[in-house]
Design a protein around this ligand. Sequence first.
Ligand code: SF4
Length: 50
Amino acid sequence: MIYMSIWKKILEFFRGKRFLCDDCAYDYPSACTRPERPNATSCPDYRKRY
Ligand code: SF4
């Protein structure tokens, strides 16, 4: 799984954007079943993780 995380960071770097899921409170499988997770760039259910 760490490779997925590193790959995601590399993609973010080249795309110049970040994904909402990275700091979303629902970014785990039992809380979010949206197909765009973990790479959502817009999401009506986004809630910032504290
Ligand atoms: S609720 Fe939206 S922003 Fe949060 S993890 Fe799911 S898809 Fe990503």
